[in-house]
Design a binder for this molecule. Structure first.
Ligand SMILES: Nc1ncnc2c1ncn2[C@@H]1O[C@H](COP(=O)(O)OP(=O)(O)O)[C@@H](O)[C@H]1O
Ligand SMILES: [Mg+2]
Length: 252
């Protein structure tokens, strides 16, 4: 099971929309994919997917359900784990309960090829816990200058707390040329000030129809597969699939 954390410097850059649509594109490519709502500030994966699960993380924390039992199917065959508001009490729980949680998380591999954590923006300790559980970290940024400076601050924090993290950057609401240009600048800043290499994952264009799909609680990859944003997400999904084959990963 490949694990990926998705975060950003600030909110509203499209993390949840990207996580859910990337998951749908991965499912379409044959990967069983689960999105875990880990955004304790603004848990809204259920809304993005238009689902209303009967059981969520709250029930796992209360030990009424296992993690596998609360996995809910959403549009496009995306599997979802919701109820991030229970994450803080989970993190405060003793080592026994946390141990149980981690073993249930590992058991998801029976039904999941790729597990995506839709994390909060900014990095408090609870977000970092999810980053540490993940083999890959994707930072989503928009072309907005404050989003980029906040993304840099996020890289800095990740590097400090989780030095081995493999960091990828995705520019959302940017076209191909804009994304390339922004990344060249971003890469230079990370190298100059942090001596740290970051990789480019790609860009997803601004797409008015994608925004409309969100409003209708739909996934644009499913309902508008010919749109610009869906096309870009599918390209990203192909790259993400290749991470499974990484020699580094096979060795570990
Ligand atoms: N590529 C895009 N084009 C147009 N609108 C987008 C795009 N990506 C995200 N959005 C819109 O931006 C808003 C915020 O997205 P969301 O995923 O909730 O952000 P976050 O999870 O980072 O807070 C949503 O209304 C969503 O539809
Ligand atoms: Mg979100």
């Amino acid at each position: 099971m490949l694990t990926i954390a998705i975060t950003s410097g600030k909110g509203g850059v499209g993390k949840t929309s990207f996580s859910a649509n990337l998951a749908a594109a991965l499912v379409a490519a044959g990967e069983r994919t689960t999105v875990f709502d880990a955004d304790l500030q603004l848990a809204n994966l259920d809304i993005a997917l238009g689902i209303n699960p009967e059981f969520n993380l709250q029930h796992v924390v209360a030990e009424e359900k296992t993690l596998a039992e609360i996995v809910t199917k959403g549009p496009g065959g995306v599997q979802a784990i919701t109820g991030a508001s229970a994450v803080p009490s989970l993190m405060r729980a003793g080592p026994k309960k946390l141990g149980l949680f981690f073993s249930q998380l590992a058991d998801l591999k029976n039904t999941t090829d790729i597990l995506i954590f839709d994390c909060a923006a900014g990095l408090d300790n609870r977000v970092v816990s999810f980053l540490k559980l993940s083999e890959e970290v994707i930072i989503v940024a928009s072309p907005d200058p404050t989003s980029i400076t906040d993304a840099y601050a996020t890289v800095k924090t990740i590097v400090r707390r989780s030095p081995n993290a493999r960091i990828k950057v995705l520019f959302n609401m940017a076209n191909f040329d804009e994304g390339q240009k922004l990344f060249a600048m971003f890469e230079k800043i990370c190298w100059t000030y942090l001596k740290r290499k970051v990789d480019y994952l790609g860009s997803v264009e601004y797409d008015r129809r994608a925004a409309l799909a969100t409003r209708k609680r739909e996934l644009f990859v499913v309902t508008d597969p010919d749109g610009k944003a869906a096309r870009d997400i599918r390209a990203v999904a192909q790259t993400v699939r290749q991470w499974k084959e990484s020699p580094l990963r096979q060795a570990s």
